[in-house]
Design a protein. Structure first.
Length: 477
């Protein structure tokens, strides 16, 4: 069968302007309180700023329920990306459906203060909402007797001066409320597939998949890793995931490797993170922070992912496990997690920094193009850039001129990256032996590409010895 389109395959080890592929853009999956804002469910939503994200999705600092289950997890993601890391943009996919994920109808009495009744932020302003002043009265009429709005973490009902019940001291309210506990891991797994919609909806194919609070579920993480290298059947991304750091998982560093291996966090398309981190009273899944740090590094490097996120500053004040107990790793312990285990962690060394250069496949896979985060992402980026640039030439006449234009322009781009120090070297070429008549008559050509991006300098040994000759020279002239 002839596949129609363009493909870029990562190996084991005239002119055309090359279009840089967007890099360091996360696709965050979770829930936000869209019932209190203008957003919706079931479609990727692009946001460039924190206020824009709040306007679309609403905002609550209840990122987790009292049981520790993810609640408004997209609010954590937007805060980490836009506020903590000061990066933009991001794409969000909300699984919370106000028409589906809700409690049964409740009827409760509330105190009126300054003609305003304050209900929980989770209250749904829908057809179930009814306000009565006393048992015998008819429900108040919205717009005539009251207005409703969300503000300062509350759902507010304001009694209007010309309406019935303006001077009431207590009212009875019948309502439904958002129930994020009804959201399941299966909902998140299905949502991963929605990354396919990003190109048509936002014009961007994100290269980081992140589901903070949910990716510590091994099945969710596996689905993310399976999807990451095959978006729209063409583009490549990385799944940034968290290990469970609760008492049932890795609540201390010595349990990280077994938690990782026993639960399948071993894919080259995973960047595995541990533990959780905090900034003041805010508690974050490390994956949400890592996405922002990588985006910042990529942006500072001309949108090229050739530099590792390890040893880069993170705006946090500490690390904790799932029970909230502080984790302060020594350098040898951090090396165990990052090098022996192949997991990205944090260490306080002249300030808090990320620590770890490896994807999930390390140490089982010691292949340079796969094991390092920076080399693996750069290979993905080269593939994505090729597809993004030359897709426009699919179905053009297959001629030597068109072939040479592709080869020459891509070589020029690779040479530019080499001159900038972002590659050790790179070359694309047309090999006649790999392009048989049978392939050519079907309109297919194969181009061989080799490229090497910098590996992270993980160790520097400086040897010092005492010089008696220097002593003698100094004292005796």
């Amino acid at each position: 069968m002839v596949n129609h389109g363009i493909n870029a395959i990562k190996g084991s080890n005239g002119t055309v302007s090359v279009k840089k592929t967007a890099v360091g853009i996360p696709f965050f999956i979770g829930a936000w309180p869209c019932h209190a804002a203008g957003g919706y469910t079931g479609k990727p939503q692009y946001a460039a700023t924190f206020p824009e994200a709040k306007e679309i999705g609403g905002y609550s600092e209840q990122w987790r329920s009292e049981s520790g289950k993810p609640k408004w997890s997209l609010c954590q993601a937007m805060y980490a990306h836009f506020v903590l890391n000061a990066m933009s943009p991001a794409i969000f996919y909300n699984v919370f459906d106000p028409g589906k994920h809700k409690t049964g109808v409740k009827t409760l009495e509330f105190q009126v203060e300054n003609h305003v009744i304050k209900l929980p932020y989770e209250t749904l302003d829908n057809e179930s909402l009814a306000i009565t002043v006393n048992e015998a009265s008819e429900p108040l009429v919205k717009g005539a007797d009251y207005d409703s709005y969300y503000a300062d973490g509350n759902f507010c009902i304001e009694l209007l001066e010309d309406g019935t019940g303006y001077n009431a001291e207590r009212v009875t309210v019948t309502f439904e409320a958002a129930d994020t506990d009804a959201i399941t891991a299966e909902d998140i797994e299905l949502a991963v597939e929605a990354v396919e919609m990003c190109r048509s909806v936002t014009g961007i194919v994100p290269d980081l998949l992140c589901a903070p609070g949910w990716s510590s579920n091994p099945v969710v993480a596996a689905v993310m890793a399976a999807k990451a290298p095959n978006i729209n059947g063409l583009f490549r991304a990385k799944a940034v995931v968290d290990l469970d750091c609760s008492a049932e998982g890795a609540d201390e560093y010595s349990k990280v490797l077994s938690q990782k291996n026993d639960n399948g966090y071993t894919s080259e398309d995973m960047i595995v993170c541990w533990p959780m981190v905090k900034k003041g009273d805010y508690l974050f899944d490390l994956s949400a922070i890592v996405c922002g740090v990588m985006a910042k590094i990529d942006s500072n490097n001309g949108d090229c992912p050739y530099e590792s996120p390890s040893n880069k500053d993170v705006g946090i004040s500490g690390a904790v496990n799932g029970e909230g107990r502080e984790i302060n790793l020594t350098s040898p312990q951090a090396d165990t997690v990052s090098i022996t285990d192949g997991v990205v962690t944090v260490i306080n060394f002249n300030g808090w920094v990320l620590w770890g250069n490896y994807t999930g496949c390390y140490p089982k896979t010691p292949e340079i193009s796969k094991m390092y985060i920076c080399t693996n992402r750069t290979q993905d980026w080269i593939c994505n850039t090729f597809i993004n640039t030359y897709w426009q030439y699919i179905d053009k006449p297959l001629t030597p001129i068109l072939r040479d234009a592709i080869v020459n322009s891509f070589n020029s781009w690779l040479n530019g990256l080499t001159a900038e120090g972002k590659l050790y070297g790179g070359e694309i070429q047309y090999d006649a032996e790999r392009n048989s008549a049978g392939e050519l008559v079907n309109g297919k050509i194969t181009l061989n590409t080799s490229a090497a991006s910098p590996v992270p300098m993980q160790r520097v040994d400086m040897c010092v010895e005492y010089s008696v000759d220097m002593l003698e020279a100094a004292m005796n002239g």
